[in-house]
Design a protein around this ligand. Structure first.
Ligand code: ADP
Length: 494
């Protein structure tokens, strides 16, 4: 396997690469605890320099006046560069996040696809000529915001970075990207590829470091005109307040506690495979994880037994082993948090039906592993059924009938995703319309497409990512009136 040169301890700030001015932080491989690299965080002077250089580069006629099809060409070149380096990028991300190579390869392919999609969208997006109601031609134009602050989490760095950088650049902006403190490596590698593809370097600065320091400085910088955030709901609220104070737009992809619903006529093989994938792939570290598993009361025992047997058979191991299904969690601290949440579930009265502990396999003793866990015996309003765990922990919940199901499924502050397993498409569509969620999967789960809009409802998010129109969320709309009148405005006549 081709090794990826581990990025040096340098960050791109306003066009040049330099050592971060903040404290150093180790990037650890959670499969064995080894240190992959050590990266210095950005400091506030670097945030300021990046914002100023970004604003200047965005306003430079060389970028501002670049015709859309020419800007699109640069984005397409970034897609090519990502594809040319796909394997080393995937390996780097596996080492920094623990994810399986299968997953990181898919994330790298998704990042390349995202740049290519926004290149195509940019070339083909059209403006509007609203119908005129007077002697004038009215035009609606869309202009870049200037500098965008993009703040991303540790679970899928390159894909979530690309989903913000590509539409923001397509829209004509500069981007200040703040990757999560523990996982900056693939974002730094991506910045080199973006520059090598010919994008003016000051248009993308990558500023790693703690959210409360570097993320906070980005969000409050006067030149930052929009925030694009993916992460937890608690941080989303903080950034929402900053955006409100500054009166700037913010889009947020936040947490979830998504229901996945088994109906009495669900296909057994398809349903078990889909539910397991929904909660245990990415070791449950996914905002859309199907973490509340609703089973019909009359068949509860059979479905629970099948799911428990299948979860117990999942193969744990390092992300680099092609046989691995469940990799380590991204950090040891996060693994301990997940373990503590399962301990709290026990205190709430949960019955641990499988997992519920760190594996005792000697082979896994150096990594941040946790066994795939299924719990039941909890009331739907227990904290474990309401709060996001972001780990390989699913809760089994019985339901009586459709009304009871809809009431339980919707009884959470979140509204991100939902899975429905049934052979009856009428029932599937009826339920899909009644469940409060931004995305509903029917007889499948965790499938994504950059061309399909993605959003959360309730406390799961604000605004829509992906799809052609995401470009518009990185722009300001302006209306132009061009007079077609032959006479001066009559009011001013003497
Ligand atoms: P998670 O729970 O997935 O770690 P967080 O919301 O804590 O999600 O983190 C997501 C991203 O938000 C990370 O890059 C983190 O550093 C950043 N972040 C955390 N707190 C703040 C803050 N107060 N201001 C700006 N960014 C923040």
């Amino acid at each position: 396997m081709q090794p990826f040169p581990v990025p040096p301890d340098e960050i791109p700030v306003g066009g040049g690469w330099q050592r971060g001015g903040g404290p150093a932080s180790a990037c650890v491989d959670p499969a064995d605890g080894s240190t992959v690299a050590s990266i210095h965080a950005a400091d506030s002077a670097q945030v300021d320099a990046a914002a100023r250089a970004g604003a200047a580069a965005a306003a430079d006629p060389a970028w501002r006046d670049l015709l859309p099809h020419r800007r699109a060409r640069l984005l397409a070149r970034v897609a090519d560069a990502i594809e040319d380096h796909a394997e080393p990028l995937a390996l780097l991300q596996t080492r920094n996040t623990g994810k399986t190579l299968g997953e990181t390869r898919a994330l790298v392919a998704s990042a390349a696809g995202t740049f290519r999609y926004y290149a195509a969208a940019l070339e083909t997006l059209e403006g509007e000529l609203p119908p005129s109601r007077g002697a004038h031609l009215t035009m609606s134009v869309h202009e870049p915001i200037g500098v965008v602050g993009a703040i991303t989490p540790w679970n899928s760095p390159i894909a979530s970075d690309a989903q913000k950088i590509a539409p923001a650049l397509a829209a004509g902006n500069a981007v200040l990207l703040k990757p999560a403190e523990a996982t900056p490596l693939v974002s730094l590698a991506l910045a080199r590829l973006v520059q090598d593809a010919g994008v003016p370097p000051a248009l993308l600065s990558v500023l790693p470091g703690p959210g409360t320091v570097v993320g906070d400085a980005i969000s409050r910088h006067p030149l930052v005109g929009k925030l694009a955030f993916t992460g937890g709901t608690t941080t989303g609220r903080v950034l929402g307040r900053v955006a409100a104070d500054r009166i700037i737009p913010v889009t947020m992809e936040l947490g979830g506690k998504s229901p996945t619903i088994v109906c009495e006529d669900s296909d057994v093989e398809e349903t078990v495979a889909g539910i397991l994938y929904g909660i245990f792939s990415s070791t449950g570290q996914s905002c859309v994880a199907g973490s509340r598993i609703f089973l019909p009361r009359r068949q509860y025992g059979e479905w629970a037994s099948r799911l428990i047997a299948a979860a117990t058979a999942l193969r744990l191991g390092p992300g680099t082993d092609p046989a691995t299904q469940v990799a380590p969690l991204a950090t040891f601290a996060h693994r301990d948090k997940v373990a503590a949440m399962v301990d709290r579930a026990r205190e709430e009265g949960a019955v641990v039906r499988c997992g519920g502990r760190i594996p005792d396999d000697e082979r896994l003793s150096r990594g941040a592993y946790y066994l795939p866990t299924l719990l039941d015996g909890l009331a739907p309003d227990a904290k474990t059924c309401q709060e996001e765990i972001f780990g390989p922990v699913g809760v089994l919940l019985p339901y009586e009938d459709e009304e009871d199901l809809v009431a339980q499924a919707n009884s959470t502050v979140y509204g991100l995703a939902c899975g429905i397993w049934t052979a009856d498409y009428r029932r599937a569509l009826r339920l899909a319309r009644r469940i409060e969620a931004g995305t509903v999967w029917i007889n499948t789960y965790k499938q994504f497409s950059i061309s399909t809009p993605f959003s959360g409802t309730k406390e799961s998010g604000l605004g829509t990512d992906k799809g052609r129109t995401a470009i518009r969320s990185y722009q300001r709309q302006k209306s132009l009136y061009l007079s077609l009148a032959d006479e001066p405005i009559p009011w001013a006549r003497g």
